[in-house]
Structure formats: structure tokens, C-alpha cells
Design a protein around this ligand. Sequence first.
Ligand SMILES: [Zn+2]
Length: 215
Amino acid sequence: MIWQRLSPIWRTCIEDAWEAYAHNSLPHGAVITDAEGTIVAHGRNRIREQIGEGRQIAGNRIAHAELNALLVLDWQAVNVYGCKLYSLIEPCPMCIGAVRMAHMQEVSYAVRDGGAGGTTLIDKTPFFNDGHIHITEPQDAELETVLLGLQVEATLSQKHPNPEAWIDLLTSKLPIGKTLGYALYESGLVPQWSREGKDAGFMVDQIHEQLLRLK
Ligand SMILES: [Zn+2]
């Protein structure tokens, strides 16, 4: 069982991602904590939703989870220099750029993205170098595989364009995520759990069981 060992931060991140899945967007979530580790903002991918919530944006290609978390952050109430962004998947170039523009210095993510991941940009320009962003790569290999499998399944079941080529890039650093994702897609179980209103913890632990069966 994976869910039991996850912190409230990662649970919130995955719950947001699962909500995005229910709205037919790729399952990405993001959480911001203050220097004490308290959750001060969170958001989800809303690319395929028509209406945002509060300051969160929706219905366009830049409605990414990390941007939405940054948009709902109360900048007057927190010291942004001490904040940390947690993202389900490696932030894309736009989102790591937004982290830099926000003057945030700590980023942690749960799943590597060999396609759209943009964290290698953090030493590529003088402005990025001056930002001293510290990246924490995935710390939980089982969780990373489970959530990568979910990404692959969603890419297929939500009928995103050019899925095979995209999945090859996405899973290039962890190919078992591709095997798991295709097995999940063929089972048809993930959309079923979503329709039945199963919670994020159920989803994670069920996918983990599928992973153990693959091994
Ligand atoms: Zn992004």
C-alpha cells in the first residue's frame, strides 16, 4: 500500500491530479507550502475544463497545475522566498519559468518527464542562475512508476493527439511506466474508478497492485 505512507502534501497533489482526470485533463496537480511546510495553495491541470475556480485558469493550453497553484497563492500572506512547489510531474519550461518569476527557490516533483520536463533549464540563462532554484527529483520509485502509469493511461484513454510518440518521450527515463500504462488502458479500470467516484487513495493503491502483478 502506497497511499498510507504519503504525506498530506503529496496526497493533496494526487487528489488534485485525480480531479483533473475526472475532467478529462491529464492528471497533474501542484501544491505550494510555506517555510514551515504548511500547504498554502494548490491547483490542478484545467486545460480541458471550461471554467476555472477563483483565480485558477481553465480552458486553454497554459492552464497547468503549477501555474494554477501560483495563481491562487496569497502573495501578501506568505513569504514567497520560503515557499516550496510540489508538482506531480516534472514542471514544463513554462512552469519552471513561472517558479523563477515568482522568486521561489525550491521545487520537488514525483514523476520524471522525458518529454515536456523543463527543470534542466535552471542553469541555462543568467536570470535562472541568479534564481538559485533547487530541484528535488523523485524520492519514491514505486510512487513514480504508479503515477507515470496513470499518465500513460490518461494519454490513451483521453485520446490526446499523437499518443505513442508522446508516451515514448514521457516514459523514456522509466520504461516500466509505459508497460504499466498500456496494461491499465487495456483493462479499462481507471476511467471506471473515476466514473464511480473512487478516491485518489483507492486509485493509487489499485494501480500499485497492478504494478506488482507485472513484476
Ligand atoms: Zn507546465
